[in-house]
Write a protein that binds this ligand. Sequence first.
Ligand SMILES: [Zn+2]
Ligand SMILES: [Zn+2]
Length: 762
Amino acid sequence: MTGKRTGRQITIRGIVQGVGFRPKVFSYAQSNHLTGWVRNISSGVEIRISGAPSDIDAFVQALRDTPPPLARIDEFCSEECPAENFIDFQIISSQSEEGEFIPVSPDIALCDDCKRELFDPKDRRYLYPFINCTNCGPRFTIIRDIPYDRPKTTMAGFTMCPACRKEYEDPANRRFHAQPIACPVCGPQLSFEIKDKVVAIKDAALNLARQFLKNGKIVAVKGLGGYLLACDAYNVQAVEELRNRKHRTNKPFALMAADLKTVENHCHVSASERSLLISVQHPIVLLEKKVDCRIPEEIAPGQRTLGFMLPYTPHQELLMLKDEGFPDVLVMTSGNLSEEPIAYEDDDAHLRLDVLADGFFLHDRPIHIRVDDSVVRINRNQSYLVRRSRGYAPNPVLLPVEMGSVLATGTELKNTFCMTRDRYAFLSHHIGDMQNQETLNAFESGIEHFRKLFRIEPEIIACDLHPDYLASNYGRELSCKQNLPLVEVQHHHAHLASCLADNGWDSKEPVIGVIFDGTGYGSDGNIWGGEILIGGYASVERRFHLEYFPLPGGDAAIHHPTRSAIGLLWQNGLEWRTDLPITSFTSDQERSVLQAQLERSLNTPLTSSVGRLFDAASAILGICHEASFEGEPAILLEAVASDTEKGCYDWGMLETSIPTRPLLTAMLKDIQNKVPTPIIASRFHNSIIQLVKDVCTTIEKQTGIRTIVLSGGVWQNMYLLSRILPLLETSGFRVLIHHQVPTNDGGVSLGQAVVAGQKKKE
Ligand SMILES: [Zn+2]
Ligand SMILES: [Zn+2]
């Protein structure tokens, strides 16, 4: 060998295992004539190479610029070292280090290569429903422990056949060390059951499932992270039957379409939305309906949008195969009864779903952890998450600074928990509404799993300030039991901190937080939710808030928007008028009972919630009087708002407490003057936008702060978001919104964790 030679020692952290990283390193080393080795270590990947300096530089460049598509490099340490006399380049066996950890890859949708093989009659995995490779397939849902090796996954029970083993051991193969590798000879198989009896297996099971669906039956489909319930989306009778059985009155059903073209037949799909639908995550994407959309109204009553996804596993691909007479759109909703968590264990699924499904389309690969489908929409060509779960969890959020180990238990609705270690915040998959034992169990076992998977021993516990939340009480008890410090974080402070962390904010400069939300326990014991805060991770000051109004029955008002309306009108001394649309669905008796309750202040907690203000407006306008899920009245109000109306109502003088009387008076006047509802709905929205601009401008004049954080469930409202961003930006503000975690309560645990981590540092 001639010329100068040198060596390099490289360690890489991030999502670098289970994503085809070592084969990529191998091929770059070969093409740059380098010798040495690569291996997995508990904290990532370690590489040692020797060769000509220019070749080493080219290798490093290639790896940094073009890592494998599913990898995420968070740390790349490269140190010069003396050249060594390696004979060739090798992938050597893994080295585990005590207590070390590495992020675990989320589950990845079927890749193009595997899809091609799936439909290639000459391929040995032709029509095999569990085809996968290092670029796709199950990950998080099958991992029992780390390091990520087959014996520690739910594939442990399937012994590789010689053909699979050969691929598994060949560094040049796409399936090199693909832990879920399988084929028709050695891997999982399909079955179809009716009433606990297997009636068909393999192809026959698939055909029977399709026949059931074609005939308007409801089928429980075992998927990647749990059971889904499927039926023909065009069959109104089947859809209504599914609603009845699930006790789900109005909440929209998610849809799965055979292909992109089918989605485009029913909805407008922008370039960004298209990329999201076919991304490695394959989430449910909320899309605007076309005028000639043929999906029945019963799928998403009163909504402008539909939630569509494309098949993300090979067996869904086969289930949805286009064929004469088979529906090209299926309902694919979570396999559970109304508010319970999604079923994922076979016995439990049979127990709970027997009454819901006419048949079970199954497979024998166990699911280790339940993961729901993610829900995402596009805002300004970027993902804006509604529910962060399959495909995203457990990808960590990279924190601006190290935090130590915090466990944040999240909140009551749309619960997620969050655990931090070093610079990583592991936000859990969607757990659900913590209002029953099953969800609490899912929460507890999820925390245990994360502790084990990421080797996290919490040093500090963070929870919501609320005195009664199950998640808060879990945190309080754990802190007592293990003698760990507890930080109770105010809900809206957590929202603000969550958005800061989401944006990698590492400054101590205070920001303006416009936190508009449904429900959050305030530090004065009232229900907050219309908060303008100033501050940062460490602390906040409440600068403005919506004027309190009483909520007859407290949180029950979430499901009865008329109560918010009556409380709001009563607070402002506004008369109940018979010309108000709300009158037609509120009986005199109900009203007088609530009226008496208000006058005597019986169970009428005060709220400053913008979410409840939307509920009230929606009820007053006669749009929604019973909410089957939190936020429904606001969603329906947004759906009717006119896109072109520019008018807005006045707020009057802005004090610390923002009065609602001027807004309400003007709105009632519009109703009296028979202004069309879409115009009023639009003016109401515009008023909120104007309010935000006014308060931010006022604060900016007083303090010079020019950075605004928008967080809280209300910011799922795209009418508001799409108009407020340009308005604030043209006024010279920098606006931070969520990107990696939801703006709703699903993102709160991240905020709790960083607030607690910050407190510990001080
Ligand atoms: Zn693949
Ligand atoms: Zn095999």
